[in-house]
Design a protein around this ligand. Structure first.
Ligand code: ATP
Length: 349
């Protein structure tokens, strides 16, 4: 089922949480709402769910007006950050719940329910745990059961609000990969809220980047990552360094960097800002033949698979951060205080 959000606004008192949101979620896609805390992601999800009413605008399902449709008539399934499983029920009963409470006319037989739950247990890879209670499961297993419970009633739309937010980093990583594979199998139209850029980039078919109640950009992961439409998107999707300077005859000079400028950069002497992602900078001990920036190593820290190097550049008071892969960092073996040369591979003006 496709979802259309048309010019939706929502205020709480005099706070404008959503300001004219337009969004199209095609049937079968997995779309991430990505943005910093408080940007309105959850409010938008709750409006799609029917848990909140917009002040203005419309929600359409498959092109049909659904703004005032009751939540139970929307055929949506939810999974929230804090698993809301019934503690006194087994995994089996939790998953079966939505089917067993149906009115008699539409309720499947006991046998059908059993088969359905077993298919779902298999899908979420906890087949042996049907008789356990939620307290006997790990956090990751509980979230998978919550997902199976949401899927049991065959929703047309699945809404997930930071579903892995409460889990530790390793389990989170596993579960987001698992969610991607699961979605490839079942293709239910899904919207999931996250403030984690990597999660959105890895899992989603399309990313909607939100900021202060508005959509900054929407597109495929590579569109928003490689062609960010605004400085906010560029910054939010990757660790970024800023170089400030001025335009000078088709180029901009920024803290030792000289970059060709596009026409929109303005006329001579207009202020210019160059953005460089921290993994788009190379470091060597000898100068590069072009765009070499002399710098001093100010800090070296290992962060998971990366080594983050803080560099001080003359004229760039804040310094810059460079992310090197472990093998490059091992080869360079940088020490604090050393003089090196840096070269940005990609500068966006
Ligand atoms: P987070 O990731 O922190 O949950 P979010 O992007 O999901 O953030 P929302 O939960 O949609 O943000 O909230 C957007 C803004 O609206 C926040 O500033 C929040 O305080 C405010 N807000 C949300 N619900 C209400 C409410 N029921 N009453 C008053 N203010 C609210």
């Amino acid at each position: 089922m496709s979802i259309t959000v048309s010019n939706v606004s929502k205020s709480f008192g005099d706070f404008h949480a959503l300001k004219g949101i337009d969004l199209e979620v095609p049937s079968g896609e997995l779309v991430a709402l990505l943005g910093p805390s408080g940007c309105g992601k959850t409010t938008l999800l709750r409006i799609i769910a029917g848990l909140e009413t917009p002040d203005t605008g419309n929600i359409l399902f498959n092109g049909e007006e659904a703004t005032n449709r009751h939540v139970r008539d929307r055929q949506v399934g939810f999974v929230f950050q804090h698993y809301a499983l019934f503690r006194h029920m087994t995994v089996f009963d939790n998953i079966a719940f939505g089917l067993t409470v149906r009115p008699k006319k539409t309720r499947p037989s006991k046998k059908e329910i059993r088969e359905k739950v077993h298919t779902l247990l298999k899908l979420i890879q906890v087949e042996q745990m049907a008789d356990r209670y939620p307290a006997q499961l790990s956090g990751g297993q509980r979230q998978r059961v919550a997902l199976a419970r949401a899927l049991a009633v065959e929703p047309q739309v699945l809404l997930l609000d930071e579903p892995f937010g409460a889990l530790d980093a390793k389990v989170r990583l596993e579960l987001r990969r698992w969610l991607r594979r699961l979605h490839d199998e079942i293709h239910v139209t899904s919207v999931f809220v996250t403030h984690d850029q990597e999660e959105a980039l890895e899992v989603a078919d399309r990313i909607v980047v939100m900021n202060q109640g508005k959509i900054e950009q929407q597109g495929t992961p590579s569109e928003v990552y490689d062609r960010p439409a605004t400085p906010f998107v560029f910054d939010f999707l990757g660790n970024v360094n800023l170089f400030q300077g001025r335009v000078h005859e088709g180029t901009a000079k920024m803290g030792g960097l000289v970059v060709e400028t596009p026409e929109h950069a303005g006329t001579r002497n207009a202020p210019a800002v160059g953005y460089v992602r921290s993994h788009d900078i190379e470091i060597e001990r000898i100068p590069f033949d072009t765009a070499s920036l002399a710098a001093q190593v100010h800090g070296v820290v290992t962060v998971g698979p990366l080594v983050r190097v803080d560099l001080k550049l003359p004229g760039n008071v804040e310094g810059i951060e460079v992310d090197l892969s472990r093998d490059v960092a091992d080869r360079l073996d940088l020490k604090v205080g050393e003089l090196v040369y840096a070269r940005p591979r990609k500068v966006r003006v």
